[in-house]
Structure formats: C-alpha cells, structure tokens
Design a protein around this ligand. Structure first.
Ligand SMILES: Nc1ncnc2c1ncn2[C@@H]1O[C@H](COP(=O)(O)OP(=O)(O)OP(=O)(O)O)[C@@H](O)[C@H]1O
Ligand SMILES: [Mg+2]
Length: 521
C-alpha cells in the first residue's frame, strides 16, 4: 500500500483530473479534510469508504455541484474553478447520478438533446442527436434505442442513457456514484463491459461502490477514504475483500454471518396462491404459496422484475392482494391497512427508501419514531413526549452507528448508507414478530452490513419470522435458512441455505428450474 500522492503523480503519468488539499465542511461536519486525489487518462479508479466517509462529497466537488471550502482542482494540470456541472462538462468531466436526471415521458434522443445549446435556427436537430446516440451505443457495445421512451426502460437501460448523455457532451472523465447499487448482477456485468471499453478508449472512470468483489474486479486502482480523509491507496492485485474491509473500517470485519441452525416454530407469514397486479396490469405475482415460521430467515432470490418487489409490497400492505390469501401472525391480513399490520407486529424495510422509508425534511429522531410516535411512552394521552423521543433516538443512533451521531439533523443531510441505517434501526428497534426486509443493505458499507446481518439473525433468534429479498446472492446465501427463487411471478425452487450455491440459485433465477406452483414448507 502506498500513500496517495497526486501532486507527485508517482510514475504513472500526468493526471487528467486532480484535486489538491480539498476541504468541505457542513456546519460542524468536515465531509472532506485535506483530500488529494487524481485520475489518469484511461484509468478506472474506485473510491471506497464507510458510509459518510465523504465519497459523494468528493465527486460532487469534482463535478462542480458542490463548492469546496478550500483546495484546488486541476484539469490537464491547469487550475480550474467549477461553478456548476455545466462548467465541469465543458472541461470534459461528466457524472452519472444514482437518482437519474432523465425526463421520463421523453425519448432517449430527446433526453440526450436536452441541455445542448440549440442550433442557429433555435431548434435542436433531433435526427443528428439520434445518429450520435446510435454511434456511441455501437462503439461501446450498449443496446440503446434512441426512440425508446425513458419511462419504459429498466434501471440498467436508463443508466446507459445517462452514460451516453455524458459521453455525447464530450466527457473524458466519467464519474459514477454507486452505479451498481440498483443493478442486477447481470446488468452490472454489462456495465463493467462498457466501462472497460471506455477506459480502453482513453476515458477515465471514477467509480464508487460498497461491493468489494466488484471493486476488485473492475478497478485499476482503489482509493480508500475514512472520516473525510484519504487513508490509503491499493492495487487490486495486492488486495482481498478482507484487506479492503479492514482498510475502510479500521478493524477486521466478518464478511459472513455466524449463526446457529434455525429452530423454526409457528408459521407467522402464510401465503396461499397469492396474486398481485403489476404497475402496468398483468400479474406480477402469479399464484405464490409459502410460509415463514417464527425463528427462521427465508430469503427470496430472483432477477429484478420477477415479482419480488410486488410480493413484498403486498405483504407490507402497500399494494393490494388481488387473489389468494395472506395471514400474518395468525390473522387473515390481506384487507388490513399498513398500521393494522404494524400493530400485529409486522416491520418492513422498504426497497425504495426515498419514497416509502423516510420523510426527508424531518429530523433523524422523528424518522426513527415514524411508526410509533403516537404510542406510549413517546406520546401520552395524545401529547408528544419530546424528551422520550430524543432519548430513544439517541440510543438508536449510537447502537446503529448512524453518522453524524446527531438525532436533531434533518435526515436528508445524511449520506445514502446512513439513511438506510435509520430505516433499519427504526424497524428493528421494537418487538418484531414478522420482519420483511427488501434489499436491507443496499448502499450500506461492509461494517454496517455486518451489523445489520447480525441484527437480523438476532431478531430471528428472538423468535421473529424474517423474510429477506435481496439482489445480492452472497447476502441471501449467508443469511437465509431457506432460499426461495422467484421467476415470472412464481416460486420456481427452494434451496436450503446451507446447500445454496451461486450456480444452483443462478440456474433457477434464469428459469432453469421445474415449475413448482406450490412449494411445500
Ligand atoms: N447537504 C449536506 N448537508 C449536511 N451534511 C452533509 C450534506 N451532504 C453530506 N453531508 C455530510 O457529509 C459527510 C459525508 O457525506 P457523503 O455523502 O460524502 O458520504 P459518502 O462517503 O458518500 O457515504 P455513503 O457511502 O453513505 O453514500 C456525512 O457526514 C454527511 O452527513
Ligand atoms: Mg455517497
């Protein structure tokens, strides 16, 4: 491991983009402290670090979205001031955000054309833009139809459009902030293929991810941040998932959960021939039957879009059960509302934290009690007990290592992974009889994944029935006592957690299993 020394550029040639001694403060929080960082032409650099380490802050500064309080940016060795992303793009720096900035009712070509200066005639020549989209897509092996409407595209396809948009504006450095957090493993492979092609053509890539295997797979160089500072740099050839985790967190991390065999009890979640409609009609869930018992963790695997999301929403009460029956804690539940299900002891970690999990302008404390603020001791005879709320919140902030450890800040000021920790803390903090968790560790760093996994196993051992849906096979194989595989709205297979292999589950996910209408549990 060598120290990062952008000013000297080591022996690897000149920097295309360089930051020297950057500092950025948010009130008392120092998000970046004396950060020096550089990217060479054609290089793929991964930025790694705990939640709140300052990765997004750094790339937002590089993209002109955030003004630093101190330090210098250089492009091709020349100092520059970036006042906006437009300035950054003019210098060849492009970025793909995790929450895409595309206009859903517009076509791909219209979105790429947006923001371009109109021609002399005041109009944008759409045919020219379409031609450029096709050419860029072909050159980097992406399948993109310029006439497709954005809202009809999958997340992975929309990401391609964002990449094309940046390349079309002449990006020589492409920054991606957790691009794979929302992708399936298959889509991630596709993205990596594109990134390798870009790098081979001389484009530089800055890539943020919490998935250590991915980082080792794609990066030429890995830069690690901790608590606002760059703490080291390593070549993938000299690193392992364990060594990277230790570098990030500053201690050894268990990458696999340790747990005793399950001792399942009563069936707490019972689905019989459940059907759920999808967003565009049709049956997203098409006759699913299974049970989750007290004291076991059942995992659901599947390629995104095979009904898992709709299934979880139906169990949580966010989407109607269109057919069949659902029982929770011994009560027929398909007609119950969200609150009535919560009263039975159901906790839910939703997949889309921006939409369902959090009220962004509210404080961390208020978000931590969202499901309980009306109950004693947080409210007594309808009167809010501010002290009790704050005490509970402070306790959870400490237990779940939410950073910064201040319960009063609005939750929108938290980094992505810390927002996720707020939801998990809230849902796991009370007596849970049934926990349904969708992508519980999305965007969460390795140290916190370890903690969340331990918490899920602890909930199981305390007698909760736990259902986990995850796009991460490693997560399911390590957590679940049984893994069910969904394909086209049905459960097509079941594997014991101890016998699960990537290959076995992967085959079922691709539809290679026999059709099990009813999986006996
Ligand atoms: N707009 C803001 N207002 C206040 N604080 C902020 C703001 N943006 C970031 N911070 C704080 O700056 C620190 C760094 O956050 P940043 O988003 O850069 O972390 P990160 O490394 O990207 O984390 P994650 O892996 O969770 O995405 C955090 O403590 C965060 O709470
Ligand atoms: Mg971030």
């Amino acid at each position: 491991m060598s120290a990062t020394d952008p000013a000297g550029a080591g022996g690897g040639g000149p920097w295309l983009l360089e930051a020297r001694h950057l500092t950025k403060r948010y009130g008392a929080v120092i998000a970046n402290r004396d950060v020096s960082f550089g990217v060479r032409p054609g290089e793929i650099v991964a930025l790694l670090g705990e939640n709140g380490a300052g990765k997004s802050t750094l790339v937002n500064v590089l993209y002109g979205m955030t003004a630093p309080d101190g330090g210098t940016l250089l492009v091709d060795g020349q100092p520059v001031r970036l006042r906006s992303p437009r300035d950054a793009l003019a210098r060849g720096i492009g970025m793909v955000h995790q929450h895409f900035m595309l206009v859903p009712p517009f076509t791909v070509a219209e979105n790429v054309a947006l923001g371009h200066e109109p021609s002399r005639h005041g109009a944008i020549d759409l045919a020219t833009v379409e031609g450029r989209v096709v050419a860029l897509a072909a050159r980097f092996g992406m399948e993109v139809d310029p006439h497709a409407v954005i809202r009809d595209l999958s997340v992975g396809q929309q990401q391609r459009v964002e990449i094309i948009k940046a390349l079309d504006r002449g990006a020589r450095v492409l920054i991606l902030d957790e691009p794979t957090a929302v992708l399936t493993p298959q889509e991630t492979e596709g993205l990596f293929h594109v990134l390798r092609g870009l790098a081979a053509g001389g484009t530089s890539v800055v890539f943020i991810s919490h998935k250590l295997g991915e980082v080792l797979d794609i990066a030429d160089r890995i830069v690690v941040m901790r608590r606002g500072e760059v703490v080291g740099e390593v070549s993938p050839a000299d690193a392992t998932p364990e060594s990277l985790a230790a570098m990030m967190v500053g201690r050894e991390v268990l990458l696999r959960v340790e747990k005793a065999p399950a001792t399942p009890g009563e069936a707490m979640v019972v689905l019989r021939d459940v059907q759920v409609a999808g967003d565009r009609g049709g049956r997203a869930v098409d006759g699913v039957t299974f049970e989750v018992r007290a004291g076991e963790i059942v995992g659901i695997a599947g390629v995104q879009g095979n009904g898992q999301t709709e299934l979880v929403e139906a169990i949580a009460g966010l989407r109607p059960v269109a057919g069949g029956s659902l029982w929770l804690c011994g009560v027929e539940a398909q007609r119950l509302g969200v609150r009535a299900r919560a009263a039975l002891g159901l906790a839910h970690v939703p997949e889309d934290r921006q939409r369902h999990g959090l009220v962004l302008p509210f404080s961390v404390a208020d978000n931590l009690v969202l499901n309980r603020y009306h109950l004693a001791p947080l409210a007594i005879r309808g009167v809010r007990q501010a002290r009790a709320i704050l005490d509970l919140a402070r306790n959870l902030v400490a237990r779940f290592d939410i950073r910064p450890p201040i319960a009063e800040v609005p939750v929108q000021a938290l980094s992505g992974g810390n927002k996720q920790k707020v939801i998990v803390a809230r849902e796991l903090s009370h007596d849970v009889r049934v926990l349904v968790a969708a992508q519980p560790t999305r965007g969460v760093d390795v140290g916190s994944i370890e903690f969340i996994h331990r918490s899920l196993v602890a909930a199981r051992d305390a007698g909760a029935a736990v259902l986990v849906v995850s796009a991460e096979l490693d997560e399911l194989m390590s957590l679940a006592d049984r893994v069910l595989v969904m394909f086209r709205g049905r459960v097509v297979g079941e594997v014991a957690g101890s016998e699960a292999t990537r290959e076995g589950i992967g085959l079922l996910m691709a539809g290679g299993g026999r059709q099990l209408g009813d999986v006996e549990t």
